[in-house]
Design a protein around this ligand. Sequence first.
Ligand SMILES: Cc1ncc(COP(=O)(O)O)c(C=O)c1O
Length: 385
Amino acid sequence: MREDFNYIGKNIYVDTACQSLRPKTVIDALNEYYTKFNSCGERVKYPWGVKTEQKVDETRTKVLKYLKLSTKDYFVSFTLNTTYGINLLLNQIDASKFSRVITSDIEHNSPFLSTMTFAEKNDLPREVITRDDTGTFPLEIDFDRALVVVNCVSNIDGRKLSNLNDLVKRVHKEHGIIIVDAAQAMAHNVDVLRKVQADAICFSAHKMYAPSLGVMVVRKDLLSKINTTFIGGGMVDDVNKNDFTPSYDNPDKFYTKFESGLQAWGEIIALGRAIDWLEKVPKKAKTKFNSYCKQLFDFMKKQPKIHLINSTPSPVISFYVEGIDSHLFGAALADEGIMVRTGYFCVHYYLDHVKKYPPLIRISLGLHNNQADIDKIIKVLKKAL
Ligand SMILES: Cc1ncc(COP(=O)(O)O)c(C=O)c1O
C-alpha cells in the first residue's frame, strides 16, 4: 500500500496506534471539500451545502455497513475523538438505571478515568476486572444492571476481547448496558466488532486512516436513557424562551442527540473515503502486513535483553530493553528515522501500578509500512542492542 503514502519518503512512522498516516485519497477528499464545496451541512439550501449534507449522510451509512450493523437499530453521530464520545455518553446517561460500573485493568485512560468519575459522581461501586493475556473478559462475574465500558482491542499489545459477543449477550441478559471502546479495532481488527450488538461503540477516525474525528455508533433504544445536557445549535427545530423542540425526537435525526454545534464536515466526508479505501485493501496486502507484525514479534522474542509485553504478534508491539531507559532508546531510534512511542501510552494504571513495568517502547505498524521498514527496524534494534 506504500504508493498511497508516497509523501513519507524514507521516514519510518510506527506510531499508528496513536494516529495513522492518511492515504493520498483521504487527503484528496479533504482537499476537494475545502476547495470545491466548503459549506455547512444540514442547515443550508444552496448546492454546496446540499452536496455536503449528502456526503455526510453517506459516511454515516458507510460506518454502519463497515461494522455490519443495521440502520434500523443504530445511528451514527460525530464528535471529537473516542474520549469525547465515551464522556458524552457517561455524562448524560441516566445513572439510576445501574447498580455498578464495570471496566477492565487494561483500559486506556479514556474509559478508565471516565468510569472512575462516573462511579464517584453517582455513588456507584466500580469494579476493575482483570483480563488475561488472551484479552477475553470473564463472564462469571455479577453483571446485574451493570454499566460496562471496555476496549475490544488493547493499545498496549493488540490483545482482543475475543468473547465480546458473549459478553454483550451476558450484559444484556442482566439488564445492563455495554459501551465498547473500539479505538484500536477499526483499522486492522474490525472483525472482532462486526455485527456485535453493543449499546454504543466509540472510536477515533484518526486511528483508521481518516482525519481527526470521533465517531459514536449508538443503539436507537439507548436514547431513552440519555438525559441531554450538552446542547446547542444543530440539535433543535424550534426554541421558545424556556423550552425547545429537539431535532433528536425525530427518528431520522437521532444522530443530532450528540452533535451540538457545527461539525467537522470535511473530516466526516474524508472518513467515508477512508472506509472505501480500507474496504479495498487487497488480501495480499493484509497477508504482508500480518507477516511484518510476525517478523518483528519473532525477532524481539529471541532477544534476551528485550522484555516483550505481547504474547502474540500484533500490529501493536510493546517492550522494554533491559538496562536502557525507554525514552532514551526511543530518541536513539528517532535519530535513525524510526518514529516510535515511549512511556505508558495512557494506560498508567495497568502498566505502571499493576505490572510495575518501567516506561515502555511501542512500535505500532500501519498499512503504509513495507518490508524495507521492517528490515531497517530490525537492523537498528540489533545495532542498539
Ligand atoms: C484503546 C484506546 N482507547 C481510547 C483511546 C483514546 O483515543 P482519543 O485520544 O482519540 O480519544 C485510545 C488512543 O490511543 C486508545 O488506544
